[in-house]
Ligand binder design. Structure first.
Ligand code: 3H9
Length: 650
């Protein structure tokens, strides 16, 4: 065979080793053409007697990142992936998968069809199908147990989380880590492998059976995800560990094809593409972001410390400003305790903690901000306080430094009105705790320069956030919908529907907490004070049931009671006779409403507010609204978001 190259799959020879190279940017996804190309490569290599082994590598930033997700909404196109994997496994010459970047889903299934797997040190392997609402469809639930044991398969498949190369090596998912030139190293590996007897193909290896209590425990863990795919995947692994390979494959395929059509899968695909689109708005494609290599944070409270921690996590040096030494010490202690928490959870070692702390300068003097490219204000949510901070910032920061407010309700235009260089102002609304929560609402003022807006998106991506642009209105996207959601929940209470029933309905739907439990946790006084502020500014804001509770001293868990009682300082909500009494004159006699009807009612309120937000141009797209709800407000990801759901239901 001469060296040969098709559009997606190239073959070159290095002595007796064929190097098959896939080039299908951006992530070498397994499109129908690529599957066909791989089949043809297997044929060509088998036919050439001079070839003794085959190395499979990928061009670009990664090994095959999986099936092509864009094909999932359409009927399956031949050749099907299980057949391609089987063909590679049945090849006359052993194949060696040379993995860099991420071998995910179908990509790792192809690698398991190879006789060997080698990887570069920073490679990852995984089976993330459940995160797309499906199960592996080309032997992931069957071959993984045979390659590395049932316990590894259960972890990899039901969590969907990839493993790094060294962890993968330790359990036999890969055979060797190759530093330096991966393709050359894989060719050398193949040559030395040819000198020894070949291991059996993965499909022919035995599986160690697991006891009943293992499956019980695994079932409990998989159920925690809250959606169907992890449980289905677990059942397949179990079946696959107890049945012959062909039967297990048939069952996996049937389940894969069924789930591919499910609402859950459609929702998760929608979120997958929405997330990928969010960080790169089309309007900014040609704009070079203003450079952000250092950050100042004003205020070391929960929010400021969280923002500073997120910036340090991304490697940005941080200057933390507080008004006096006592507040500064408290702010630095807040930061240290965030890193301590990460150490305790095993996410950070003590060197990592020391590195992060070393990159923070604390000061009570705004002059320390002179070199910062971006300053984020995170002080008390009061317009006078914020305006004073910005007046100081303008005096001390470079004229090209980006000045951002983290306000969640105030009008950013009012915070910066009259200050010099308005093109550098922007709102960056982080969600608490800011080092954990993924959502970042980006709120430009009318004068914000496009390179400043682009810098905000670039920062969001750097911090690992989901950045979403929001226009200026009360509460931007998320808090505006939250207000409507809570009002709709209160309206049901007024109609006589039970508080606990409403919370249970939203938990059944997939939220971790219902609207009333969540308010008790966060404190009812925050929204109350906002309403009071609006009232004292002359707006007509009718009294809510929540106002009545706050006036009676019931602000939530922190006062041992809000919508519920929390006896003895506990954290479990109990229906409250005091609340029933306080609200009795304002609510109709108790009535039963089916939980799905309650949920439908509240979801319709969210979608209708979302629709208004879209019409007003406050959000750029319906999928941005879905991302806000999923990443900032606990909307279950596998339901796709209120706008997606509304759209599906017509
Ligand atoms: C599967 O394999 C099922 C099998 O078991 C069975 C089959 C029978 N398809 O994330 P990025 C696009 S299920 C199509 O920004 P990064 C993405 O939309 C699949 N397109 O890059 C974006 O496009 P654009 C299991 C895909 O470097 C561009 O690539 N696999 C796919 O930050 C760059 O993406 C997965 O679930 C895809 N599979 O991260 C892997 N993947 O530029 C999902 C990406 O037009 N992918 N695109 O916006 C990932 O986790 C990340 O994309 C990856 C790269 C880590 C690979």
């Amino acid at each position: 065979m001469d060296d040969k190259t098709t559009a997606l799959v190239g073959i070159r020879k290095d002595g007796e080793i064929a190097v098959v190279t896939i080039t299908n940017p951006p992530v070498n996804a397994l499109s129908a053409d690529l599957r066909q190309g791989l089949l043809e490569a297997a044929e060509a290599c088998d036919e050439d007697d001079a070839i003794k082994a085959v190395v499979l590598v990928c061009a670009g930033r990664t090994f095959i990142a999986g099936a092509d997700v864009r094909e999932f909404g359409k009927p399956p196109q031949p050749p099907h992936l299980p057949g391609v994997v089987a063909r590679i496994e049945a090849a006359k010459k052993p194949w060696v998968a040379a993995i860099h970047g991420t071998a995910l889903g179908g990509g790792f299934e192809v690698a398991m069809g190879c006789r060997f797997r080698v990887a570069s040190p920073d490679a990852k392997v995984g089976l993330p199908e459940v995160t797309l609402g499906i199960v592996p469809g080309a032997s992931g639930t069957v071959r993984t147990s045979r390659l590395a044991g049932v316990s590894v398969a259960v972890d990899l498949v039901t969590s969907g989380r990839p493993w790094n190369a060294s962890k993968a090596l330790s359990v036999g998912l890969i055979d060797e880590i190759i530093a330096g030139d991966l393709a050359a190293g894989a060719v050398a590996f193949a040559r030395s492998a040819l000198k020894c007897p070949l291991p059996p193909a993965v499909s022919e290896r035995p599986v160690e059976p697991m006891p009943e209590d293992f499956w019980q425990e695994a079932g409990k863990r998989a159920a925690k995800a809250g959606h169907q795919a992890p449980l289905e995947a677990l059942a397949l692994i179990r079946f696959g560990s107890q049945h012959p390979f062909p039967e297990a494959m048939a069952k996996e395929r049937a389940c894969f094809l069924a789930l591919r059509q499910s609402e859950e899968a459609a929702a998760l695909r929608h979120v997958f593409f929405a997330e990928r689109g969010a960080g790169r708005p089309d309007a900014l494609r040609a704009v070079k972001p203003r450079s952000v290599a250092s950050v100042g944070v004003i205020g070391g409270g929960t929010m400021g410390a969280g923002i500073a921690a997120a910036c340090r996590e991304a490697g940005l040096p941080v200057v933390l400003i507080e008004r006096d030494d006592v507040a500064l010490d408290r702010g630095l202690a807040n930061l240290a305790s965030i890193f301590d928490g990460a150490v305790k959870r095993g996410k950070l070692d003590s060197k990592g903690k020391a590195d992060r702390l070393a990159g923070i300068v604390g000061s009570t003097d705004y002059a320390a901000l002179a070199g910062c490219d971006l300053i984020i204000e995170a002080v008390f949510e009061e317009i006078g306080v914020k305006r004073a901070v910005f007046a100081d910032l303008v005096r001390h920061c470079r004229a090209d430094a980006i000045l951002a407010t983290n306000t969640s309700y105030l009008d950013p235009r009012a915070i910066v009105a009259g200050l010099a260089h308005p093109e550098r102002f922007i709102g960056l609304h982080f969600f608490s705790p800011a080092h954990v929560m993924k959502l970042l609402e980006i709120v430009p003022v009318p004068e914000t320069a496009s390179d400043v807006l682009a810098a905000a998106f670039a920062l969001g991506r750097l911090l690992g956030k989901v950045p979403v642009e929001a226009g200026i209105c009360e509460g931007f996207i998320g808090n505006r919908i939250l207000k409507r959601y809570r009002a709709a929940a209160e309206a049901l209470v007024v109609e006589g529907v039970g508080i606990a029933e409403i919370d249970a309905a939203m938990r059944d739907f997939g939220f971790r907490m219902g609207p009333f439990e969540a308010q008790d946790l966060g404190g009812l006084d925050i929204a109350y004070l906002q309403r009071e502020g609006a009232r004292s500014a002359g707006q007509v804001v009718p009294e809510t049931l929540g106002d009545r509770l706050v006036k009676a001293g019931r602000k939530g868990q922190k006062t041992d009671g809000g919508w519920y009682d929390y006896p003895n300082g506990g954290r479990s909500p109990e229906p409250s006779l005091v609340v029933a009494e306080l609200l009795s004159a304002h609510v109709a006699p108790s009535r039963l409403m089916p939980r799905d009807e309650i949920a439908a009612n509240l979801l319709a309120a969210m979608a209708s507010e979302g629709q208004a937000i879209l019409v007003e141009g406050v959000a750029q797209s319906a999928s941005d609204i879905d991302l806000v709800e999923i990443h900032g407000y606990g909307f279950p990801r596998w339901k796709g978001g209120p706008m997606f759901l509304h759209d599906r239901k017509g």
